[in-house]
Design a binder for this molecule. Structure first.
Ligand code: ADP
Length: 301
């Protein structure tokens, strides 16, 4: 039987506006460029795993609106199984990103249907969770549903990877039940209560987190790379030197890539090296889901 990943999380309809500057109060400012991108951390991670050839199931919610149709179509285009995406009375989750010429980015998010994800959705997906080798979670659905999913995974014997994005307080009991925790430097700083803006600080911080939670941990550090604590052995994995064009989805591509390599039976450290190759390609192209590589592209790198 083929190995499976189940991703439980968010789907967002992202609108990206390129603007020369922020508008003044009361001003209507024309945008230089506008675009749509299928997003949401959950959907992005599912798409990356599916693009690498993993049988991937997405559990989440979108509204009964055209944005919801577009997100389901996009996931299906990349072979993500969408049978467990439920249509909700709420509007589809949305992101509005305003990108200025100097590279600064301002975003607002509408949680919408993502916050309607319910225990019933997890129960409905139980047959898939039972067969899955890895459950991937993020923090863009209600915390209590993540907690329920973690318990369900434990009951079904499914390993959990939790991406603590965006960071929010989580009960220690649930963090301890996750086999792997992946945080970027901001999120790691949140849980440690101290700054993690260098490789040295990440190495120190990851040891502290490992001592508290006991699980395997990864801290990603943007263009620097990542630090991995794999059964207590800490390794720094530098990023690939590429010309980065757009870094949206770098972390999601990394997690989808990790999922693929873990299912192949790689150690966490080796999985992160593979994931580093995936995100290097993602950042060197425009877009999020569209820019994520196929297996062949990673192998040809
Ligand atoms: P997030 O998107 O969650 O904030 P990061 O920005 O830490 O995640 O990026 C995740 C991974 O993507 C990094 O560990 C690194 O391997 C890769 N990456 C990110 N930015 C770059 C870049 N500019 N060049 C090469 N690789 C990058």
């Amino acid at each position: 039987m083929a190995k499976k990943i189940v991703v439980i999380g968010s789907l967002n309809y992202d609108i990206i506006l390129k603007i020369p500057r922020l508008p003044e109060c009361g001003e209507t400012l024309p945008a230089d460029q506008a675009g749509f991108s299928a997003g949401g951390k959950g959907a992005n991670q599912a798409v990356q795993a599916a693009k690498l050839g993993v049988e991937t199931y997405m559990v989440g919610r979108v509204g009964k609106d055209a944005h919801g149709d577009a997100l389901i179509e996009s996931a299906q285009k990349y072979q993500v199984n969408t049978d467990y995406i439920t249509r909700s009375e709420e509007v589809t989750g949305m992101g509005v990103v305003e990108a200025l010429e100097d590279g600064s980015v301002f975003s607002c998010i509408v949680r919408g249907a993502n916050f309607d994800v319910a225990k019933a959705d997890i129960d409905r997906a139980e047959p898939v969770i039972r067969e899955a080798d890895l459950m991937i979670l993020q923090m863009e659905i209600p915390q209590e549903i993540n907690a329920y999913a973690i318990e369900k995974a434990e009951e079904c014997g499914c390993r959990v990877l939790l991406n603590t994005a965006p960071s929010a307080p989580i009960e220690e009991e649930y963090l301890k039940k996750c086999a792997i925790i992946v945080a970027n430097e901001v999120e790691a700083g949140f849980y440690l209560g101290e700054n993690v803006d260098s490789v040295e600080k990440a190495i120190k911080g990851i040891k502290k987190l490992q001592n508290i939670y006991g699980n395997d941990i990864v801290i990603t550090l943007g263009k620097e790379g990542s630090v991995v604590s794999d059964h207590g052995v800490v390794t720094f994995i530098p990023s690939r030197k590429v010309h980065a064009i757009e870094t949206t989805g770098a972390g999601d591509s990394f997690i989808g890539g990790m999922g693929y390599a873990l299912l192949k039976g790689e150690s966490l450290t080796e999985a992160c090296k593979f994931a580093t190759g995936c995100s290097a390609i993602t950042v060197s192209r425009m877009g999020a889901q569209d820019s994520m590589p196929t297996l062949q592209e990673v192998q040809n790198q």
